[in-house]
Design a protein around this ligand. Structure first.
Ligand code: FE2
Ligand code: FE2
Length: 260
């Protein structure tokens, strides 16, 4: 399905983002999943809807970087990357629409604003493109972990498949942002890595706090989710900020293998 490794390792200088661009172009052709009509609310459905509604807000808030990317000259940014980034933003908007439909189908309500949403939005607003991407990397880790966990608590097969698809998209987003950050000059590694961990720890704390009761009601111990978040952050950190060039190439091959 994806050929990131071929384009990025055998032809690193020639259109390195072509694989990601093709991936997002293919994804953009997918139809929206048909979700079931709203059912009678249950305690589990209410908690699930509440968590998904909080994540739905975050999915809708990525638009600014799609405009900025046309104006910046940053290492690794070419025409393919710009197209891929804009398609990535659209894909997050698609997630927002699907999650919104899922929340309604579970009998829940769409939210206006939440602390974690403010955190991500404010963190991004004052940052340059590189740091914005490192914040996005955190969002992919957090979203990927939570969607993977929550998918198990969805009863309805089409909703379950839709959330599984979104979780898969987040893994590809993670690979996309990790590859961009890994391509930055060495002097950026420490500040970007520091920013990633600061935002990652803060975001994990806020997400666990906001969703604590609902996770418990669904039978997911918050401390176990915290451990998964920290493991996800550590894995993303290793992939993105590997110590040697060989590590980075291996990382990209691993990511491509994981997504194919
Ligand atoms: Fe998303
Ligand atoms: Fe994402």
């Amino acid at each position: 399905m994806l050929d990131f490794a071929i384009h990025q390792t055998t032809h690193p200088a020639a259109r390195p983002w072509r694989g990601f661009r093709s991936h997002f172009e293919d994804n953009a052709q997918r139809p929206y999943p048909a979700l079931p009509p709203p059912a009678a609310p249950t305690i589990g459905a209410a908690s699930l809807a509440a968590i998904l509604a909080r994540f739905q807000l975050g999915e809708a808030g990525e638009g600014r970087i799609a405009h900025e990317i046309d104006r910046v000259a940053v290492c690794g940014v070419d025409a393919d990357y710009r197209v891929a980034l804009k398609l990535f933003v659209k894909e997050e908007g698609r997630h927002a629409r699907i999650l919104g439909a899922m929340v309604k189908s579970l009998g829940g309500k769409i939210l206006q604003a939440k602390a974690s949403n403010h955190l991500f939005r404010h963190a991004r607003r004052f940052l340059g493109v590189r740091f914005k991407v490192s914040v996005l990397l955190v969002a992919e880790v957090v979203g990927g972990v939570l969607y993977d966990v929550l998918e198990k608590s969805l009863q309805e097969p089409s909703a379950r498949a839709a959330l599984r698809q979104i979780a898969g998209d987040e893994r590809a987003h993670l690979a996309f942002h990790a590859a961009f950050l890994a391509a930055q000059p060495g002097r950026w590694r420490v500040p970007l890595r520091l920013g990633f961990w600061l935002v990652g720890m803060a975001a994990s704390a806020v997400v666990i706090t906001e969703n604590f009761r609902d996770l418990l009601r669904l039978g997911f111990p918050p401390h176990a989710i915290t451990v998964r978040l920290l493991r996800g952050l550590r894995a993303a950190d290793r992939r993105t900020f590997g110590e040697t060039a060989a590590d980075l190439i291996d990382n990209r091959e691993n990511l491509a293998g994981e997504l194919s």
